[in-house]
Design a protein around this ligand. Structure first.
Ligand code: CTP
Length: 408
């Protein structure tokens, strides 16, 4: 099980988690745990096929609720489990969804409790999220393709599948997403789509400027704030490209990542993309200078010769370059300062000619999961008080969306 701290993102959400027959049922156990940790209440419903792969007792223990397996369940006073369960739910998530169950959904068949409640739910109020899990040939089969297209046309949201090793030993499309990926996809589903149809380019992390093949100049930026902004923008419905310096963070779901090392590589990755994007958020802590010439071989210590002289040259300013493009995106810069955050942020607003600078205390936030932001623009200054970086990123995304609407 993941040891990450509890996330409040699904607080007050009541989810029906439907399991159908597939080996990926083992992942549904961890998914239940993750959804509960994220604050949701989870009502598990299992098909007969699912019960061949995992027991209802396991799912009851993890969800802390009795599991439903039959439309003939005698517990509801009105004998209408399919109505009661679907009326209470904020969403129905089918994970794993077998090829057979997707076929049933496509046809509107209702011969077991789970398919019955999917048909009985109020479509406009209780969305259906489907996480397929099957062999790659089954996923690629024309009948499955037709059925998936049909349920999407009927309003279902597909979560995955992923590509990779399959239980049968084959490799390809059809693996169910991992539990934490599904949890994040469910969290994203419920976020307001403030940037739907927009494209966002983000830089994140430090850069690394080589001195020789084993040494270099870098800084303490962890990339966490930039990755949180990329995730928040993707959750808000944007198509997101993240240009990341050397960090070991996981790529947020649905984000296209380009890894770079030096400031010049970051510049070369950003410049061709920037003119076609709606928003550019420069969170990277770009090294201001690099060694004039990186040595091709390791510089050796020689007795009595002292330290080598290190001649530096200035790196291109990526943000200022993008902001000077004739067709420029809405540019947001960051100012990581050690003191006088507002004054320095306002100076950068003018110097880099961008509409918004986000100030923060670099030494206090580098590597941490929390931050506090100061939004500085021509209209004034607004503080986003201390919080976790994802919460702040979502607030910043909302601020950016508001400004985009004001200046379309
Ligand atoms: N930035 C950039 N390219 C650089 C330097 C900075 O794109 N070569 C961007 C950063 O990503 C950030 C903003 O410019 O969004 C401000 O970066 P910062 O390092 O705080 O400012 P500098 O211009 O480098 O000024 P100083 O280091 O003197 O504070």
């Amino acid at each position: 099980m993941s040891s990450s701290p509890p996330l409040p993102d699904l607080q007050k959400r009541h989810l029906v988690l439907g399991l159908t027959g597939g080996i990926a049922c083992y992942k549904a156990a961890e998914l239940t745990r993750e959804l509960v940790r994220a604050g949701a209440t989870v009502q598990v419903v299992m098909t007969e096929g699912a019960e061949h792969f995992i027991t209802a007792a396991t799912m009851q223990a993890l969800s802390n609720r009795p599991v439903y397996t039959s439309q003939w369940d005698a517990r509801p006073d009105n004998a209408m489990a399919h109505i009661n369960l679907s009326r209470e739910a904020d969403a129905v998530i089918v994970a794993p969804a077998s090829a057979d169950f997707i076929a049933k959904l496509a046809q509107g068949r209702a011969d077991d409790l789970l398919s019955l409640l999917c048909v009985a739910r109020r479509i406009g109020e209780c969305p259906l999220l489907v996480a397929p899990a099957m062999n790659r040939e089954m996923w690629a089969h024309p009948a499955t393709r037709r059925n998936v297209a049909q349920i999407v046309a009927d309003g279902a949201t597909m979560l995955g599948p992923a590509t990779g090793d399959q239980a049968c030993g084959e490799v390809g499309d059809g693996r169910m997403l991992e539990a934490v990926e599904l949890r994040d996809a469910v969290i994203a589903f419920f976020q307001p789509k403030l940037l739907a149809g927009r494209s966002v380019l983000v830089t994140a992390g430090p850069t690394y400027e080589a001195i020789d093949p084993v040494r270099g100049i870098t800084n303490l930026s962890s990339g966490k704030m930039g990755f949180a902004i990329a995730r928040a923008a993707a959750e808000a419905g944007a198509s997101v490209t993240l240009v990341a310096g050397p960090v070991a963070l996981a790529t947020p779901m649905g984000v296209t990542r380009i890894d770079v090392r030096s400031a010049r590589e970051m510049h070369d990755a950003v410049l061709p993309l920037a003119p076609s994007r709606d928003v550019f958020v420069a969170t990277a802590a770009v090294a201001d200078w690099r060694p004039v010439d990186a040595a091709t071989q390791k510089i050796k210590k020689a007795a009595g010769q002292g330290a080598p002289a290190l001649a530096l040259v200035e790196n291109p300013d990526i943000l200022a370059t993008v902001a000077a493009l004739p067709k420029r995106p809405y540019c947001v810069g960051f100012a990581a300062e050690s003191h006088e955050v507002e004054a320095h942020a306002r100076a950068k607003l003018e110097r880099k000619n961008v509409p918004l600078i986000v100030g923060n205390l670099g030494p206090a936030t580098f590597g941490q999961d929390h931050n506090a932001l100061l939004l500085v623009d021509a209209g004034g200054t607004r503080a986003l008080p201390a919080d976790d970086k994802l919460t702040l990123a979502r607030q910043l995304v909302a601020e950016i969306a508001q400004r985009l609407c004001a200046n379309p």
